[in-house]
Design a protein around this ligand. Structure first.
Ligand SMILES: Cc1cc2nc3c(=O)[nH]c(=O)nc-3n(C[C@H](O)[C@H](O)[C@H](O)COP(=O)(O)O)c2cc1C
Length: 193
């Protein structure tokens, strides 16, 4: 099978809007952990307006840029907080905003992974399962395991924002490698065809 070693670009988003967000810290640390020949670009979703189906969403620059950044990327990573056992409204809003019209849904067929950090014991697991449900509706190709839940987040990062939990780092590396492998496999199949 022919190898395709071109660099892989992953788009990352999520976090929360607050300055000290552990989920943003997690995304930034994942940039350091990306496998060889792959990069993670983090995109800002804070400027996406509250979705209104009557608005001219297809020409809103923040929505257009977000959609295009997902389309251009080979895959995506979402790091989400858990708000009241679910996905934070701003993240769901951003995803909804690019999901319509359906033929422009950038998640369709796109490989991706999700992770979460929370101050609580369950590490944001309930938000992740809701997010999986939403991304399944949008036909994203999620790599399901290992699941990455960073619980008790304030205790899991050092002063440089690096994860100190070895098990969490191990799971993240495993998940990232599976994502990159999936993308490389897909590319090699395309070359064959
Ligand atoms: C509105 C709100 C609801 C929350 N609900 C939950 C929750 O259901 N489960 C949980 O583990 N943490 C919950 N938290 C705490 C968050 O996990 C914590 O604030 C976390 O640090 C948020 O992520 P961030 O650091 O990226 O901002 C909630 C926080 C807020 C502000």
């Amino acid at each position: 099978m022919q190898e395709d070693n071109r660099e892989i670009t992953i788009i990352g988003f999520g976090g929360s809007l607050r300055k000290g967000s552990y989920n943003r810290m997690l995304l930034k640390d994942v940039q350091r952990l990306m496998p060889e020949n792959s990069i993670l670009e983090i995109t800002d979703i804070s400027k996406i307006p509250i979705y209104n189906e009557d608005a001219d969403n297809e020409n809103n620059i923040n929505i257009v840029n977000f959609r295009e950044s997902i389309k251009r990327a080979d895959g995506f990573i979402i790091a989400t907080p858990e708000y009241n056992y679910s996905i934070p409204g701003f993240l769901k809003n951003a995803i909804d905003s690019v999901s319509k019209p359906a033929d422009k849904n950038p998640f369709a067929g796109k490989p991706g992974v999700i992770m979460s950090a929370s101050m609580g014991m369950l590490g944001g697991s309930r938000a992740q399962y809701h997010l999986r449900q939403v991304l399944t509706c949008l036909d994203a190709r999620l790599i399901n395991r290992p699941e990455v839940f960073i619980n008790f987040a304030p205790k899991k990062f050092d002063e440089n924002g690096h994860l100190t939990d070895e098990m969490a780092v191990k799971f993240i590396l495993e998940l990232l490698n599976k994502l990159i492998q999936e993308i490389r496999l897909e590319r090699s199949v395309q070359i064959k065809i």
